[in-house]
Design a protein around this ligand. Structure first.
Ligand code: HEC
Ligand code: HEC
Ligand code: HEC
Ligand code: HEC
Ligand code: HEC
Ligand code: HEC
Ligand code: HEC
Ligand code: HEC
Ligand code: HEC
Ligand code: HEC
Ligand code: HEC
Ligand code: HEC
Length: 296
């Protein structure tokens, strides 16, 4: 034992020697030219010295990451605005012991955010999933879907106010996978009756939450009607009368099935006395799409 204790003492004397005569010219002169062994002991001595003279700094985020690499990666890739320093949230850590209270060892969302959505939404992680990816973690559709309507009363109001086949679907049958996911109409309607590039091609007529409340603008091209009203499209295209220059939606404006009154556009084109003798314009002008006098 004694022999063992002696050797550090020797080392300390050795170090003191270096410090006193240290570094520069005189030491070099004393030691003569450095052998490899001497160089090593000098380096060891210097390192030891420096380490213990350094201030202990708090660990930085990358240092936490050496052990908690997966947490670091999660925040880096999906953390959103939680891409903060670990220690902003974890003011204390490594205090958890089996049997102690986990909640005391980790940060509490409410410290920073309060009851963010009000008192009825308490279990933050039930929906947010992962504290290190709070938006990307909104993927537990079961917890979320109990509450779609509480937060989105406009959409759920619409769905119920305009009964359609979509009213029969749960919100998350369309908005599946994660919060905020929006499906293409063609996920379910694989052979749509007009061309599809994106949802706006469909929702210009069928708003997603009230698809049977069909509205469209006056300049909607007649091609949008042709898959279902081929006859009419053909008839209108083949007449030589001036109606043939008009789009369907110019007359059948705004909502599907709207039937315009001839006089909305033409006023009183003939004497009122003459018109009173007939049962409407079509008795003479026939089909509005062809404007040919009906055969008697
Ligand atoms: C915005 C705040 C916030 C930041 C930033 C944050 N954490 Fe967390 N962390 C939490 C919360 C809250 C919990 C507790 C979740 C729970 O209740 O289980 C937690 C839990 C943990 C856990 C234990 C559960 C697990 O996922 O393994 C570890 C380890 C952890 N954090 C490490 C880190 C490290 C390392 C960093 C930085 C790279 C970091 N955290 C950054 C808020 C944060
Ligand atoms: C030398 C490796 C190492 C370093 C560095 C490290 N941790 Fe840990 N940490 C662990 C181990 C091991 C556990 C316990 C097992 C586990 O949860 O992964 C742990 C657990 C945790 C927990 C879970 C709760 C608790 O108190 O036990 C949090 C939070 C945490 N560390 C945060 C941090 C933060 C923040 C840093 C950087 C400031 C950090 N750790 C640095 C190894 C490390
Ligand atoms: C130490 C404070 C702190 C704690 C604890 C904390 N957060 Fe945050 N959180 C922040 C900060 C800071 C932001 C960024 C705010 C900003 O820039 O608007 C943020 C942003 C968020 C966002 C928006 C993220 C985004 O990308 O848009 C959500 C969601 C969130 N926090 C949820 C949580 C949840 C859930 C918990 C608990 C698991 C939690 N936070 C714990 C500080 C905290
Ligand atoms: C029922 C599910 C649910 C619960 C419970 C819940 N949240 Fe949220 N939270 C959400 C959804 C959904 C969003 C919207 C995300 C978005 O903007 O895309 C959100 C957004 C947020 C945001 C970011 C808002 C923004 O506009 O940047 C914060 C912060 C937040 N929640 C904090 C909390 C905190 C703190 C708790 C617990 C007290 C909590 N949440 C509980 C579902 C929930
Ligand atoms: C805690 C409140 C909350 C809950 C619960 C919630 N949301 Fe949200 N949701 C939000 C907030 C906040 C936004 C962002 C608000 C905004 O930009 O208008 C949002 C945005 C959305 C968006 C739009 C995304 C985009 O890119 O425009 C959709 C779709 C959505 N939520 C669907 C749902 C569905 C479906 C559910 C139920 C499964 C649900 N939300 C549950 C708060 C919530
Ligand atoms: C048949 C599928 C479908 C159903 C069911 C559905 N949505 Fe949507 N939702 C969509 C589509 C598609 C969009 C995108 C609108 C667009 O592209 O014009 C959308 C958009 C949204 C938005 C973003 C804001 C907006 O209005 O554009 C929210 C919020 C939303 N839906 C919530 C809900 C809620 C809550 C329910 C249940 C009450 C629900 N949705 C039911 C398909 C659906
Ligand atoms: C998750 C599947 C799904 C998505 C996404 C979806 N729908 Fe539907 N839709 C249905 C089902 C199911 C029906 C009823 C059966 C049918 O007509 O195919 C329906 C019916 C309809 C109807 C007839 C409504 C009625 O009550 O007669 C229209 C119009 C419609 N969808 C348009 C759209 C449009 C436009 C979109 C995109 C904004 C869309 N759908 C997205 C599932 C979906
Ligand atoms: C110019 C307006 C218009 C556009 C654009 C449009 N639709 Fe329609 N859609 C209609 C009309 C009108 C009906 C027939 C309604 C009725 O039967 O009363 C209809 C019916 C439907 C139906 C009911 C089933 C059927 O085929 O009869 C579905 C589903 C549908 N559309 C889906 C779509 C989808 C998906 C798109 C986009 C690719 C789309 N629609 C684009 C006007 C339009
Ligand atoms: C997906 C098929 C479809 C498309 C696309 C479609 N319709 Fe129709 N339309 C129908 C059906 C089916 C009816 C008959 C059902 C009814 O009486 O509501 C109808 C009826 C009509 C009627 C007669 C309503 C009545 O009271 O007799 C008019 C006018 C009409 N459509 C105009 C249009 C115009 C204009 C377009 C293009 C902007 C269009 N439709 C696109 C399917 C369609
Ligand atoms: C939305 C407006 C609108 C409606 C509704 C409308 N028309 Fe027209 N009509 C026009 C326009 C525009 C012209 C072409 C005028 C021009 O070029 O001088 C026209 C031209 C005509 C012409 C002249 C044709 C020719 O080639 O010289 C007749 C006849 C006519 N309309 C009859 C009718 C009858 C009958 C109805 C009802 C069944 C009707 N219109 C409904 C807008 C309308
Ligand atoms: C100049 C205005 C005008 C134009 C353009 C027009 N319509 Fe009409 N349409 C009418 C009028 C007016 C009626 C009502 C006729 C009646 O009272 O019997 C009608 C009736 C209809 C009807 C129901 C009766 C029937 O004939 O089946 C359908 C469907 C229809 N139009 C579709 C179309 C389509 C599709 C186009 C485009 C190809 C179109 N219309 C263009 C004015 C027009
Ligand atoms: C008794 C038969 C008859 C009745 C009823 C009738 N028209 Fe005519 N209308 C004609 C004849 C004939 C012409 C001239 C020939 C042509 O242009 O086809 C004409 C021409 C027109 C023209 C073209 C005028 C121009 O200067 O080029 C319009 C527009 C028109 N009618 C609209 C209407 C409207 C709208 C009604 C119903 C309010 C109506 N007509 C009722 C027989 C009739």
């Amino acid at each position: 034992m004694k022999r063992v204790q002696k050797s550090p003492t020797t080392l300390i004397s050795f170090i003191l020697f270096i410090i006193i005569f240290g570094g520069a010219g005189p030491a070099a002169a004393l030691w003569g030219s450095d052998t490899a062994e001497e160089e090593n002991s000098k380096n060891a001595a210097t390192t030891l010295n420096d380490s213990y003279s350094q201030k202990i700094r708090p660990m930085k985020t990358v240092e936490c990451a050496r052990c908690h690499e997966s947490v670091f990666n999660t925040i880096r890739d999906n953390g959103g605005k939680h891409r903060q320093e670990c220690r902003l949230c974890h003011t204390t850590f490594h205090t958890y012991r089996p049997g102690s209270d986990w909640q005391q060892a980790v940060p509490n969302c409410e410290t920073c955010h309060g009851e963010f959505h009000g008192a009825e939404f308490k279990g933050c992680l039930e929906c947010h999933g992962d504290p290190h990816a709070p938006i990307a973690g909104l993927a537990n559709m079961d917890s979320l879907s109990k509450n779609c309507s509480t937060c989105h009363n406009i959409q759920s109001g619409e769905v119920n106010q305009y009964p359609s086949a979509h009213t029969e679907l749960e919100c998350n049958e369309c908005h599946h996978s994660r919060h905020g996911y929006v499906p293409d109409c063609t996920e379910c309607h694989t052979e749509p009756h007009t061309t599809f590039t994106d949802n706006s091609d469909c929702s210009s007529c069928h708003p997603a939450h009230r698809p049977t409340d069909i509205h469209y603008s006056d300049d909607t091209p007649s091609a949008a009607c042709s898959s279902c009203h081929e006859d009419t499209v053909t008839r209108l295209a083949s007449t030589t009368k001036k109606h043939s220059n008009l789009q369907c939606a110019y007359c059948h404006s705004e909502n599907h099935g709207n039937i315009p009154d001839c006089q909305k556009c033409h006023g009183v084109p003939h004497s009122q006395a003459m018109l009173d003798l007939f049962d409407g314009c079509l008795e003479c002008h026939g089909d509005p799409h062809a404007l040919v006098f009906p055969e008697k």
